[in-house]
Design a protein around this ligand. Structure first.
Ligand code: C2O
Ligand code: CU
Ligand code: CU
Length: 467
């Protein structure tokens, strides 16, 4: 009765080892950036078929949580109780995973927790973690990549008094940027049919959307803006930069605000990762445009990074008085220590003749019924993701926690600016080992997986239980 995921492949004849990502076409940025509507902690959400305009072909059917592609931004305060009634209006099963939230397992959207068509589920949980930019999306084994690609995703923003005291740019100066690549059919509908090579590399599109907008522009004034950036693509990695070569500032990682602003020229985000950034347009002449770019990169596997292209345009159209000063420090950060053990997670990819299960963790593919790791409630542990023999990048994600990156060896051999705070997803390049430390404060069954959603759906996911 369930729709088939990408593991239903027709043949393994069509593969070579090196998948190529499709080329992103250049062009003008003439559509105003769409901004998702905001809802609060007590609302309702429906997964539904809606209509949206993604590119020149005009309005098409898409999935979303509110009539068009994507869903509303849920904005809550730290310590607030969330009560969201979710209804599945689709003809296939779905669910919601709250990516980044540290909440009880029964509310986390484990692949076991399905909401069948025409059924509802009431999500009730308290938000006790620090301010940050989290997100939500379906999490069904074998269908996550398809449903996210077709439009099911949204932001979940947590605010706190501590954060408000920083007086960061807000209101019209605080903009979410959900970056996703799509492949569109000639009639404008979204295509999702990963071939075997694209299960290996990830399924990449030729059309970059920001908040569901193709080739968007945003009119800005000559001042600082705060952007909450989500790489909501299934597989494509972005190396963000500004076309005028200006520096910008990372002020937040996946799940929180950094201890101090990190000044950067480029910012790499793997699937599922977020960054809170500040861009200062005060030196840009009114009438000029600054593009948010992907700057070509290497070292992330053969299919990634081979092109520099524009993602969106910031059209500086007015001078505005600056009322914001970049603070020297942001929100203090206590380093976790005293891990009781280091748990290894070996990441491998082997081409088989079977249609699924090429990507493994510790030699295993996902089995919903098997518990792979048992963790003591309250324990602090180091988890080591080992991609030392791999040829592909893997953004590794753990449910039920926020972690801290303690070391990266091999490859880039360093902790990156966007990793100097709370994280739930960490990008491993080929040849790298990364250690993260975390404290397990929610009981129950969770998953750890690669957030390249084609890898995840292929089985690169394990269960762990906190007992
Ligand atoms: Cu955003 Cu388990 O995923
Ligand atoms: Cu998650
Ligand atoms: Cu992966």
């Amino acid at each position: 009765a369930f729709a088939a995921g990408p593991s239903l492949l027709t043949s393994c004849m069509d593969h070579g080892m090196n998948g190529e990502a499709p080329t992103i076409k250049d062009g003008e940025f003439k559509t105003a950036l769409k901004i998702p509507v905001t809802i609060n902690a007590t609302s309702s959400l429906s997964a539904q078929v809606g209509r949206d305009t993604l590119a020149a072909a005009g309005e098409v059917a898409v999935l979303g949580y509110g009539g068009g592609l994507l869903g509303p931004t849920i904005r809550v305060q730290k310590n607030q109780n969330v009560n969201l009634n979710f209804t599945n209006e689709l003809t296939e099963h779905t669910n919601i995973h709250w990516h980044g939230l540290v909440i009880p397992a029964a509310m986390d959207g484990h692949p076991d927790h399905m909401v069948m068509p025409n059924k509802s589920f009431n999500f009730q949980f308290a938000v006790n973690q620090q301010a940050g930019t989290n997100w939500y999306h379906p999490h069904l084994h074998g269908l996550t990549g398809k449903q996210v690609t077709e439009g099911l995703a949204g932001l979940f923003i947590i605010e706190s008094d501590e954060e408000k005291a920083l007086n960061l740019p807000s209101g019209v100066h605080e903009i979410p940027l959900i970056i996703q690549d799509k492949r569109l059919n000639a009639n404008g509908t979204i295509k999702y049919n990963p071939a075997m090579t694209e299960v290996m590399t990830g399924f990449m599109g030729d059309t970059i959307l920001v908040n569901g907008t193709h080739k968007p522009f945003l009119e800005v004034g000559t001042r600082f803006y705060r952007f909450r950036v989500l790489n909501g693509s299934t597989a494509r990695i972005y190396n963000l930069a500004l076309s005028n070569g200006a520096d910008f500032y990372v002020i937040g990682s996946d799940g929180g605000i950094l201890p101090q602003p990190e000044r950067v020229k480029t910012l790499m985000l793997g699937s599922g990762e977020r960054a809170d950034i500040l861009i200062d347009f005060s030196d840009v002449a009114v009438g000029k445009m600054v593009y948010l770019m992907n700057e070509e990169f290497s070292g992330m596997g053969d299919a990634q990074g081979k092109q520099t292209y524009k993602i969106m345009s910031f059209d500086v159209n007015r001078s505005e008085n600056e009322d914001f000063m970049l603070p020297a420090s942001l929100i203090p950060f206590t380093k976790l220590s005293g891990a009781s053990q280091t748990r290894p997670f070996k990441l491998t990819m082997s081409m088989g003749h079977s249609k699924a299960g090429m990507h493994k963790i510790n030699g295993k593919v996902f089995d919903a019924a098997r518990i792979d790791q048992s963790v003591s409630f309250g324990a602090t542990e180091i988890w080591e993701f080992d991609n030392s023999t791999g040829d592909e990048a893997h953004p590794m994600h753990v449910h039920g926690v926020q972690f801290q990156v303690v070391a990266r060896t091999g490859g880039r051999n360093t902790i990156l600016p966007q990793e100097k705070g709370w994280k739930d997803t960490v990008l491993l390049a080929p040849k790298e080992k990364v250690q993260v430390i975390m404290k397990f404060e929610q009981k129950g069954k969770f998953v750890v997986h690669c957030h390249n959603l084609e890898h995840e759906d292929d089985g690169m996911m394990l269960n762990f239980e906190v007992v």
